[in-house]
Design a protein around this ligand. Structure first.
Ligand SMILES: *Cc1c(COP(=O)(O)O)cnc(C)c1O
Length: 382
């Protein structure tokens, strides 16, 4: 049983997808064309964003958002030490410096007190990452940002459908991003991503940066735009074929999110009393209203690597998000961190494992996975 499989999802959505794809063929524009504009409008509608700007990947979305928000060489951006690499590499690619902070142990999201402790006079922004199921503590982090005059740039790549007091993830500060990488909650047939923002100027600059500094059909170079003079744009346009796939799948997204919640509940029910599984996904109660969306189903487990081997031997796929904390990644060795600097992030890297999880996973498969997990710890499946 694979960790992830969406063949069935695509088969079901194919009539809708093929209609949109035929539209793309008929119009003959395959990159940054009308299908991409349609998708931008649809995602803006779904999220309530004033601007949704389609790009090549979630990573590009972060880099271009940081640059459009004015993050410049020498600036520091506070990033959680437990996340996908792009949360921090995007800061480096924007020629700024990631500064790491620890996470909350239950939500795996940036801890506001730890973030506060690493702020310096060069800090320009704080980057909450909304991982796995839920958003970071946006009340605490927004107060922190306001107190220190910082921008809030959200890595909401995994967070489509998550809302904070009704406001969609990515729209609680300067802006956020979405990734449409195939495994994400809304996945394309390849790479694609989007910037979300309510800020007209950030949207204008991001829209220019994604296309070599071009504005509309003219070729006004970016050097002509005062606050970006001397800055080059890039090629980060979205393919219309990906936009076609995403438009079709967006229509079924809420149903898929519900299905994900049911599968997560099934896992939780069956794993609740398994010794050795020391934490099931824990939705933290916040003072504000927030809704979980299960992008993945991640547990903490004793002897995690042995458990992974046991499951692999039984043909069950797993995924470890993320085996190495960002502050100990070789590419950030110049920052001079050592083990022990961020204990919650390090502990999460040692103990977490994602179990097979996708909307068309049958509940009988959940039973099988949970039996195998129980067998590993107790020697019995029942
Ligand atoms: C997937 C992901 C990204 C990057 O998205 P890509 O589309 O793969 O470039 C960034 N941050 C987080 C937290 C992610 O999960």
């Amino acid at each position: 049983m694979p960790f992830f499989d969406q063949a069935e999802t695509f088969r079901k959505a194919w009539p809708a997808i093929s209609g949109h794809v035929e539209d793309v063929f008929d119009r003959g524009k395959f990159s940054h064309g009308r299908k991409v504009s349609e998708l931008e409008k649809a995602v803006a509608g779904y999220t309530g964003a004033r601007h949704a700007i389609a790009v090549n990947s979630g990573t590009d979305a972060l880099v271009l958002l940081l640059r459009a928000a004015g993050i410049a060489p020498g600036d520091e951006v506070v990033v959680p030490a437990f996340s996908f690499a792009a949360s921090a590499t995007s800061v480096a690619l924007a020629r700024a410096r990631p500064v790491f902070a620890d996470i909350e142990p239950e939500s795996y999201a940036l801890d506001a007190a730890s973030a506060a402790s690493v702020i310096s006079e060069r800090t320009r922004a704080v980057m909450p990452v909304h991982l796995f199921t839920q958003m970071a503590d946006m009340d605490a982090l927004r107060v922190l940002a306001a107190d220190h005059g910082l921008l809030v740039v959200e890595d909401s790549a995994e967070a489509i459908g998550m809302r904070w007091n009704g406001v969609h993830a990515g729209l609680l500060g300067a802006g956020g991003v979405l990734s449409f990488f195939p495994t994400k909650t809304l996945g394309a047939l390849g790479d694609a991503g989007m910037i979300l923002t309510d800020d007209d100027e950030i949207a204008r600059l991001a829209g220019i940066l994604r296309h070599h500094g071009r504005m509309g059909k003219t070729i006004d170079h970016i050097a002509g735009i005062s606050n970006l003079s001397g800055v080059s744009g890039t090629n980060s346009k979205m393919d219309d074929i990906q936009a076609a796939v995403l438009l079709a799948k967006l229509a079924g997204l809420d149903a898929q999110i519900e299905r994900r919640a049911r599968l997560a509940a099934a896992y939780t029910e069956r794993l609740r009393d398994v010794p050795g599984v020391t934490r099931l996904p824990t939705i933290v109660e916040r003072t504000s209203d927030t809704n979980p969306v299960f992008y993945v189903y991640v547990v903490e487990a004793d002897r995690r690597d042995d458990l992974v081997r046991h499951l692999t031997d039984r043909g069950i796929g797993t995924e470890v998000y993320y085996p190495i904390p960002l502050h100990l990644q070789p590419c950030f060795s110049a920052l001079g961190h050592s083990p022990g600097d961020f204990p919650h992030a390090e502990r999460a890297c040692e103990r977490t494992v994602g179990l097979p999880f996708y909307p068309d996973l049958p509940e009988s498969a959940v039973d099988m996975v949970c039996d195998a997990v129980r067998e590993f710890y107790t020697g019995r499946t029942g």
